[in-house]
Ligand binder design. Structure first.
Ligand code: HEC
Ligand code: HEC
Ligand code: HEC
Ligand code: HEC
Ligand code: HEC
Ligand code: HEC
Ligand code: HEC
Ligand code: HEC
Ligand code: HEC
Ligand code: HEC
Ligand code: HEC
Ligand code: HEC
Length: 284
């Protein structure tokens, strides 16, 4: 009984106090501002947020960031660090250099000299740029990626090696972040190499030996400037006794791009080398 009375008394007291507070705040206009009021005097921030607010639209309200208002509160502009901390990206200086409008946080403007800041999120590319130093290693990331997430075409800055090469071909041989380490897959057409090796291309195309049907990249496998050994493909084609007298296959066969052709029916005896051995025949 006693207890119940006391609670009722407390309730009455409480509602009285509340009524007073409400009356006072109604009087001091600014303290009653609601989010719906902001747009009456400020048009751009609400419009920006509505259009491109991202999570600043969905995860926070105007008043989570702007607590209080003039004249009662002199500075209601928040620091980003109020809500963003704990990642290296959040300790960069001057956030609004890139996120230049807090009401459109995902619209990012990048100056053309930015590298270190990118590394707060991307690490693989700098590793490659350092591992294989090239002229690209001296460029800032945002010199090429001037809009965040945008991938430039090589041909924006470079001419293809030949007229029948297009921008999609570049990646076949080059990687953007280590462009001088040239490698290529096994289905690379001979004409890609011909752009710079016309002589080799012409010689091989006009030869009538079977190497004509072997692709450049079958012999010069995977990595630019790889030169194959004949034995890598042909093993030991002749008796050791014969080979001991010759240091190079080329002494009889000429070069890989233009093998001597000994088809007797076509070429006649004179094309054959003097030292032509008989298979299996032993000689001292
Ligand atoms: C009755 C009109 C009015 C309403 C409603 C209003 N403001 Fe303002 N606000 C002003 C005026 C006036 C200024 C001062 C502009 C100046 O000094 O240049 C201002 C300034 C600001 C500033 C800048 C503060 C600074 O230090 O530069 C922010 C932020 C702001 N208001 C946010 C809000 C938010 C958020 C709301 C809604 C909760 C809101 N305002 C509602 C009139 C209003
Ligand atoms: C994530 C935090 C955040 C949210 C949410 C936010 N603002 Fe701001 N607002 C800022 C910051 C930071 C600035 C200071 C910008 C500057 O220094 O250029 C600012 C500046 C302002 C200004 C003064 C400069 C100007 O652009 O006119 C007004 C007015 C303003 N905000 C109103 C609003 C209103 C209204 C809303 C809700 C529709 C809102 N803001 C939501 C962070 C926020
Ligand atoms: C009142 C708290 C608050 C303040 C102040 C604030 N933010 Fe945020 N911001 C958030 C929240 C909450 C999210 C959503 C976080 C999440 O999902 O992890 C967010 C998200 C973001 C995003 C990602 C937006 C998206 O749509 O994915 C960016 C960028 C961002 N903030 C930048 C800033 C910058 C720059 C400032 C200072 C100008 C700032 N924020 C100030 C609370 C805040
Ligand atoms: C050099 C430019 C640059 C600066 C300076 C910068 N940012 Fe960013 N920020 C970015 C880029 C680029 C993204 C990636 C956006 C995306 O994912 O689309 C980003 C993403 C974000 C995100 C969303 C992704 C996440 O990691 O949560 C938040 C939040 C954010 N920045 C906050 C900040 C804050 C806070 C500061 C200042 C301490 C800051 N940024 C300074 C460029 C910058
Ligand atoms: C706050 C973290 C953050 C910062 C800072 C940041 N990025 Fe990103 N970046 C991302 C995220 C997240 C993605 C999208 C996810 C993905 O594809 O990896 C992305 C995507 C990219 C892409 C496209 C990737 C693709 O596969 O299509 C490029 C290019 C890129 N960023 C370059 C940069 C450059 C250059 C900078 C510095 C100017 C930078 N980023 C700064 C987080 C960041
Ligand atoms: C010379 C121009 C150039 C420079 C400098 C450059 N990039 Fe790239 N980047 C590219 C190109 C082109 C691609 C597309 C590669 C592809 O599609 O194979 C790319 C791809 C990317 C990607 C997508 C994922 C990947 O690795 O393919 C990210 C992320 C990226 N770059 C970040 C960076 C960062 C961070 C830096 C600075 C440390 C940087 N880039 C420097 C031209 C450049
Ligand atoms: C935004 C411009 C830009 C883009 C995009 C770009 N490059 Fe470059 N690249 C350069 C510049 C600048 C140099 C240095 C030129 C010089 O100093 O002569 C360079 C140099 C090179 C070099 C010579 C490197 C050396 O150290 O000798 C190669 C190879 C190269 N680029 C290939 C590529 C390839 C392949 C792509 C696409 C994956 C590409 N580049 C995309 C600007 C660019
Ligand atoms: C078949 C392989 C291959 C393809 C495809 C290819 N490149 Fe190259 N590129 C090379 C080789 C090999 C070199 C190195 C030559 C050297 O060592 O001097 C080179 C060198 C370069 C250089 C350095 C300067 C020069 O001309 O020597 C640039 C720039 C370049 N390539 C851009 C491109 C671009 C852009 C594309 C796409 C249109 C492309 N490359 C396609 C193999 C290729
Ligand atoms: C952009 C021009 C370019 C392209 C494309 C190119 N190369 Fe080269 N290549 C060169 C240059 C330059 C050299 C060095 C020549 C020298 O040192 O005299 C070279 C050298 C070579 C060598 C000789 C290595 C040595 O040690 O003697 C071989 C083999 C070779 N390239 C094969 C190829 C093959 C196979 C392709 C096609 C997948 C190709 N190249 C595409 C420019 C190119
Ligand atoms: C990448 C493997 C490869 C390399 C390296 C290679 N060859 Fe061949 N060679 C072949 C193939 C494949 C044939 C065709 C075999 C067939 O059709 O029977 C061939 C055929 C030949 C023939 C028979 C030609 C004909 O027209 O009948 C001779 C001779 C020959 N190679 C010599 C050489 C010599 C010498 C070298 C080193 C300068 C060499 N090869 C390097 C793969 C290779
Ligand atoms: C059957 C294997 C084979 C094929 C196919 C082949 N090469 Fe070669 N290439 C060699 C060998 C082996 C050498 C070393 C010189 C020699 O012994 O003939 C060489 C040397 C070279 C050289 C350096 C010396 C020179 O002659 O300039 C270049 C460049 C070259 N090749 C480019 C090419 C190109 C481009 C193609 C395709 C059009 C090609 N090669 C096809 C095996 C081959
Ligand atoms: C003394 C000269 C001579 C030397 C050195 C020589 N060859 Fe031959 N090679 C020949 C002759 C001649 C033939 C044709 C024999 C025949 O038709 O039976 C031949 C045939 C071949 C054939 C074709 C076999 C076939 O069955 O079609 C290959 C492959 C070959 N040689 C590879 C090599 C290689 C690899 C070397 C270096 C290790 C080499 N030769 C060194 C003279 C030589």
């Amino acid at each position: 009984m006693k207890r119940l009375k006391m609670l009722t008394m407390r309730g009455v007291l409480l509602s009285f106090v509340l009524t007073c507070v409400l009356a006072m705040t109604a009087f001091a206009e600014t303290a009653t501002l609601t989010i719906a009021d902001c747009v009456k005097c400020h048009t751009k921030p609400p419009a920006d947020i509505a259009a491109n607010g991202g999570k600043h639209k969905t995860s926070v309200t105007c008043q989570d960031c702007h607590t209080g208002h003039r004249p009662a509160v002199k500075n209601n502009v928040p620091q980003c660090s109020m809500c963003h901390s704990g990642k290296s990206h959040y300790s960069l200086a001057n956030c609004m250099r890139c996120h230049n409008n807090p009401h459109t946080p995902k619209i990012i403007k990048l100056a053309n000299n930015i590298t270190d800041e990118c590394l707060t999120c991307h690490t693989q590319q700098i590793t490659k740029l350092k591992q294989v130093p090239s002229k690209h290693s001296k460029l800032a990331c945002s010199f090429c990626h001037n809009v965040h997430g945008k991938i430039p075409q090589c041909t924006q800055c470079h001419k293809p090696h030949s007229a029948d090469m297009t921008a999609v071909d570049c990646k076949r041989c080059h990687q953007a972040h280590m462009p001088t380490a040239v490698t290529y897959p096994s289905d690379t057409a001979n004409k890609m190499c011909a752009a710079c090796h016309k002589k080799a291309f012409d010689l091989l195309s006009h030869s009538d030996a079977k190497h004509k049907d072997v692709a450049c990249v079958t012999c010069h496998k995977d990595k630019h400037k790889t030169v194959p050994q004949c034995q890598g493909c042909h093993g030991v084609p002749h008796p050791a006794a014969m080979m001991s007298r010759f240091t190079k296959c080329g002494e009889c066969h000429n070069i890989a791009h233009n093998l001597n052709h000994w088809d007797a029916a076509k070429q006649g005896e004179k094309a054959a080398p003097a030292a032509q051995p008989k298979k299996g025949q032993k000689k001292k």
